[in-house]
Design a protein around this ligand. Sequence first.
Ligand code: UDP
Length: 474
Amino acid sequence: MDTSSSCNLHVAIVSSPGVGHLIPAVVLGNRLAAHHGVRVVVFQVTTEASPPESKLLKLPLHQLVELVELPPVDISHLVGPTTQVVTQLCLMLRHARPLASSAVAAMDPRPAALVVDHFGTELLSIAAEFGMAKYVYVPSNAWFAALTLYLPVLDQQVEGQYVDQTEPLEIPGCKPVRPEDVVDPMLDRNDQQYDEYVKMGLAMASSDGILINSWEDLDHKTLQALRKNETLKSVIKTPVLLVGPLTRPVEPDGQNIKLMSWLDRQPNESVVFVSFGSGGVLPQAQITELAWGLELSQQRFVWVVRRPTDGRVDDAFFALSDGTDEAPTFLPNGFMGRVQNVGFLVPKWAQQVQILTHPAIGGFLSHCGWNSTLESITNGVPIIAWPLYAEQKMNATFLAEEAGVALRPRAAPVVGRAEIERSVRTLMEGEDGKSLREKVKQLKMSGNEALKVGGSSHNSMCEVLAKIASSKGQ
Ligand code: UDP
């Protein structure tokens, strides 16, 4: 632990609603506490309809970290069936501002810094109100952060919809973004979530610094651009600091015993783990192709299965624990019997980190959410990139083309069974799979190094804390 710069520091972190936002906030808090001796309060913005998955999460907290749920915000009168996710999140955070402000006001002594995630940038004004340092934590990669920060410029330069452009979108010095890979809020410039996203980029630029859950070796190209490209530097003046990879620790779970003992019986690196994050669900046609593709690949697999829907969240739990249960009707006829020796199905939710750390896991068919991505890389597991929404297409492109740790099946828009079979076989048995595995293992080591005392991410965090400590005295 390096507490030289941070003794007695107290930091408040605000997390947006949803498991995918709460996990990185708590993980950041635990890191600050355990490695830098910082006292942390995490304020969790909640809604009446907070996803049920959060109840399935067991997030261990360091003794210096306190998790405080803010009272639920109600934005039901402001949203309709067509209100997009980013708009909803920004509205929730906007409406949580008075709650967060009162919570901070009630604290004595007051924290020296406020850290918000990228949906909470409007809450940075609370920091100004109470004389605190203000930081944005983007639990994603630097390329995504660069796009968000550069968007106000693209907004001025690019005519028409981004998705209709014939050329990739240029971010000076960075990998260009292909129109088909743009993040969800850029899909339709006429939608409110696009305006919210532009505002987010502007507000992030007004913070004291942007913390990214990545590290120098992984995000080298974008980092160089942020440090050296004069055009980019003239737009992004706020320091961008890479402080990752920050991931959840393994949380052993008694309910996982059957799966873990099944994995114990499989050879090392022989099983592909299939999961689409906290809210990813597939339509029926895609589930059928995935089931067939896995079966045809003849590889071992663990699949976190969810009932098909065309929406994003599936609340219904269904009975299925392993190959012995009766198959749900949305899987192909006879599937469970045919795969019972090679496949293990987990309904709805699995202890993902525990699974990914198991030596039997040799590949991850993933939606490329950033938490899942880091959990895979830090365990040396190569990826089949299957993005669904949000910034996942950019992540998939980054992982396949820049980081060299993923292969990407052709989507058309349903990924067919032959393509799935080919991808799984290539990852688990092919030469391409071998080189992805080597690269991911190198990154696993460099991620470990980055977090050690004297490593690049550790140094960046010390730099931030020293700045907060010095601003506290002002
Ligand atoms: N997760 C899990 N079990 C599941 C699905 C997800 O433990 O069955 C965890 C996963 O380990 C990760 C988080 O939920 O930490 C998902 O975050 P990510 O950024 O990958 O995707 P999102 O859910 O935000 O789309």
